[in-house]
Design a protein around this ligand. Structure first.
Ligand code: NOJ
Ligand code: CA
Length: 692
């Protein structure tokens, strides 16, 4: 369908609306010559006039003489993600290009799309005759709030997203920004926040999520904040010379995305960011398979005095040292015998895979972060028998997950990439967990810079060539690129479950993540913590897990991911086999998802239908307060009878004092059922609903 763009003379004020007409975007040139846009929802302002623009050494697109709207077109289609929260996603929007001309005749297109669940825009730099290489100094996209919204966000940081969320009125942002300053050097100067950011209007009738989609060839965007003016401005990660990006025209920037909803469940249901990404670049997707896994991992976090390194010789250098001549430190769990124990556990419990960290040469000095910081990705330690493990895992029907910690030496990783992936193919590893701990060397890039963004995308693409799935840790926050590279099956890029060993994750954290970080893509959060009393392991564990056991089960559903770890030790699962049954059963891929109740940082109740059966799963989490969830089963097929197996907090459960108290019961439900479900402080519940 084609509509006529608004024709105007003089100052243009074209209007683009969502298919349902509730969201409207207007564009204009303001009195300073800046192109601007504004957004309304149900007639009420969301963003006041907000500037658009790019500034390069070679061209200044922040001041323009004309802003001409092109044709408005409508797009309406459906697509089927390889895996995810829905079997089918509708992609329905109205689109309008806005053609800008600068006083010296340079051209820039701003492309707007308006969906029923939000709006987005991106910059398209056409070829400009002789000036086709641009040294980008700034992007001046603004998001000027019309009201003093309550924000849920983390501080702006070039290197890390591993922080707790703050909740504050925009007008008080600076005062409420208490920072755990563990990576001080990469904090963005001034007052800045990271996206995805959630904001809520006090009347409770407007929720927005600001982020970006399809980040490639460009640095990630944070937002400079001006609380007095209620305004945000894009802040691109620079390189160490202050250049934001080196671009070659024609070039298209990532989308700046704004999910807009009248309620909190609408934010969780939105597929805007995936819709803004390009379809799969991988034709044969038959090898991409969701995975549940256990791993040689948690042992190194709790006070068991275990190390990733094989030896205590801190001058051991990968490729130079003859490791077989070094004595093992005797505290190295990535050894053949221990790995076989995990394989046995996985096989006995229907868990797809086993991850092993600390299997390869180079860990002796990685914690020092100064000297070696180099790993070999095709050289196992002497006590890790790759061939033997390959054979054993195959016999048991278990898949192995490779670990590539790079210690942020991304340049060296790129040099080894083909050899590393060939090594994985040769030894039957279908997935890799990558890691970028520490400051990026030797290029001194930030984790969210253009060069690093290119690196992560290159790794995903190269992995696809080798039919390998990727789970990246410490990489830049995701922007829906999983649609284009569905083998990029999960990311960390937030404060994950590992922090239960470093001070704990307050319950509200996992009630924030689905509204923020998870809008960019699924997370390898590593749920499944059954033993919260970490100090009992001995020295090294600073804190207790801030969660009940039943809540850990709920996280598999409230934070859906096609790659899910069961993080705890096999011996802890063997103590609670009836609760572990839920982890064995829970699907990783969903046909449908319905959020029954939600409020950021307070609670979430979601129902999801398994893609491979007619089972539904319902789960809920709360913050530090207990609550009663209301579950309306009207999503079930009318007339059909189901059995619901409820894994719940016991009446006396509390994440602080009694986290392991749970019970399991069966009830009969149908589409007319409506039940009340107790949730303990820091607790949760998980329900499997099976047709009779
Ligand atoms: C940080 C990752 O998040 C964690 O999962 C991993 O075990 C360590 N880095 C070591 O690579
Ligand atoms: Ca991490």
């Amino acid at each position: 369908m084609l509509m006529t763009g608004g024709l105007c003379t003089g100052v243009c004020a074209p209007r683009l609306t969502s298919p349902d007409g509730r969201i409207a975007v207007e564009t204009d040139i303001n009195s300073n010559g800046h192109p601007v846009y504004s957004v309304t929802f149900d007639g009420k302002p969301v963003f006041k006039d907000s500037a658009l623009g790019l500034k390069a050494d070679e061209a200044d697109f922040t001041i323009v003489t004309t802003a001409t709207p092109g044709e408005i077109t409508t797009h309406d289609s459906e697509w089927n993600p390889v895996w995810g929260e829905f079997a089918t996603i509708r992609d329905h929007y109205n689109e309008m290009p806005l053609e800008l001309t600068t006083p010296d005749g340079k051209k820039l297109t701003v492309r707007f799309r308006v969906y029923d669940d939000g709006m987005a825009f991106r910059y398209e730099i056409p070829e400009q005759g002789s000036v086709n290489y641009l040294t980008l100094r700034d992007e001046t996209s603004e998001f000027n709030l019309a009201d003093d919204l309550t924000l849920y966000c983390i501080p702006g940081d070039y290197d890390t997203d591993e922080r707790l969320y703050i909740q504050t009125p925009m007008s008080e942002l600076g005062e409420n920004m208490n920072l755990p300053r563990h990576t001080e050097s990469s904090l963005i100067p001034g007052l800045a926040v990271q996206t995805p950011l959630l904001a809520k209007r006090n009347d409770g009738n407007l929720y927005i999520n600001i982020h970006e989609a399809a980040l490639k060839g460009y640095p990630a965007m944070a937002l400079d904040a001006d609380p007095a003016d209620l305004s945000f401005k894009s802040h691109l990660t620079p390189d160490r010379n202050g250049v934001r990006a080196y671009l070659q025209a024609p070039f298209t920037t990532p989308w700046r995305s704004v999910i807009i909803s009248e309620d909190a469940p609408g934010i969780l249901a939105s597929q805007l960011i995936l819709n803004l990404n390009e379809p799969s670049a991988i034709e044969d997707i038959s090898w991409i398979k969701p995975m549940k896994f256990v791993g040689v991992w948690w042992e190194m976090f709790i006070g068991k005095n275990r190390t990733w390194a094989y030896s205590d010789k801190y001058n051991a250098k990968p490729g130079i040292t003859d490791y077989s001549a070094l004595p093992s430190n005797g505290r190295h769990p990535a050894n053949t015998e221990n790995v076989k124990r995990y394989i046995d556990f996985a096989a006995a419990n229907g868990i797809d895979g086993v991850l092993v960290e600390g299997w390869n040469e180079g860990w002796e000095d990685w914690g020092g972060w100064r000297k070696n910081r180099q790993f070999l990705f095709d050289k196992a330690y002497p006590d890790f028998d790759v061939e033997e493990i390959q054979k054993y895992a195959a016999e048991k029907g278990v898949k192995m997950i490779m670990h590539h910690e790079t210690a942020a030496n991304a340049a060296d990783y790129e040099r080894q990439l083909d050899r590393a992936f060939q090594f994985m193919n040769d030894h039957n590893y279908p997935a890799v967990k990558t890691g970028y701990v520490g400051h990026v060397i030797p290029r001194s890039e930030y984790h969210s810079s253009q060069w690093m963004v290119d690196h992560y995308n290159h790794v995903a693409q190269c992995a696809a060539d080798y039919k390998i799935m990727v789970d990246s840790h410490e990489a830049v926050r995701p922007t829906g690129m999983i649609r284009t590279y569905p083998n990029w099956i999960a990311q960390e890029s937030a404060r994950g479950g590992e922090y239960e060993a470093f001070g704990g994750n307050p319950p509200e954290h996992t009630v924030m993540l689905p509204f923020t970080r998870l809008k960019g893509g699924p997370m390898d959060y590593t749920p499944g913590l059954f033993e919260m009393n970490l100090p009992a392991y001995g020295e090294g564990s600073e804190s207790k897990g801030l969660t009940t056991l039943a809540r850990q089960l709920a996280l598999y559903v409230t934070m859906a991911s096609p790659l899910q770890m069961a993080c705890d030790l096999p011996e802890n699962y063997e103590r609670f086999p009836d609760a572990f049954q839920f982890i064995r059963d829970v699907p990783l891929d969903w046909a449908d998802s319905k959020w029954l109740e939600a409020e950021p940082g307070d609670y979430i109740t979601v129902a999801r239908r398994d893609k491979n059966s007619n089972d539904w799963y319902v789960a809920g989490v709360t913050d530090e307060n207990s609550r009663t969830a209301v579950i309306d089963f009207s999503f079930l097929e009318p007339g059909k009878k189901y059995t619901a197996t409820i894994y719940e907090d016991a009446p006396n459960a509390d994440f602080r004092t009694n986290p392991q108290a749970y019970s399991i019961r069966n009830i009969k439900v149908d589409a007319k059922s409506k039940i009340k479900q107790h949730v303990a402080p820091g607790g949760g519940f998980a329900i499997r609903v099976k047709p009779n």
